[in-house]
Ligand binder design. Structure first.
Ligand SMILES: Cc1cc2nc3c(=O)[nH]c(=O)nc-3n(C[C@H](O)[C@H](O)[C@H](O)COP(=O)(O)O)c2cc1C
Length: 148
């Protein structure tokens, strides 16, 4: 079985989405999936200038806090840069946090809509830091890459 390499990019204002992102990284590691994790603002310039930034990743995990039932504006602007990259064949996981128990779903849908050609593996999210059930669901994903 060949393993995937993942990148997790998140946008956070008060730390909830960073908390979920780092717990998702721990889950991926339990499945022997190497995951790099970054806040969007740390890599935005690199993503803008390096055409090969995502080349080595099979799995893209993009997540944001929810602002007005959508990703934070700065994350939307980051995703607009990401969209210019050649991403065919990669898999996508969307994640988000929100104050309400459901608004994160709108944020995930918004992220997913931007990448209609990627294989979407799922949306994951929670209210603030209540991620226990979310991580249980996330752990059920079959993330092993199939041999050609
Ligand atoms: C400006 C702003 C707008 C927000 N809008 C929503 C919203 O529309 N729906 C919601 O459920 N939560 C909303 N929230 C709450 C945050 O999405 C929620 O607390 C989230 O977990 C924060 O993530 P963070 O700690 O990663 O910044 C908003 C928070 C802020 C600061």
């Amino acid at each position: 079985m060949i393993l995937m390499r993942a990148i997790i990019v998140y946008n956070t204002m008060t730390g909830n989405t960073r908390d979920l992102a780092s717990k998702m990284k721990n889950v991926l590691e339990k499945f022997d999936i190497e995951a790099d994790i970054y806040p969007d603002n740390k890599i935005k310039n690199k993503v803008r200038t390096s055409k090969t930034f995502f080349e080595s990743y099979d799995l893209l995990c993009f997540g944001s806090c929810t602002h007005a039932w959508a990703p934070a504006l700065s994350f939307s602007s980051f995703l607009n840069i990401v969209k210019k990259h050649e991403l065919s064949g990669k898999k996508l996981i969307c994640f988000a946090t929100s104050a309400s128990s459901t608004a994160w779903k709108d944020t995930c849908k918004n992220i997913k809509r931007r990448f209609p050609n990627l294989e979407h593996l799922g949306n994951f999210g929670c209210s603030n830091r209540n991620s226990t059930n979310t991580l249980q669901e996330f752990s059920k994903l079959n993330l092993k890459k199939k041999k050609n």
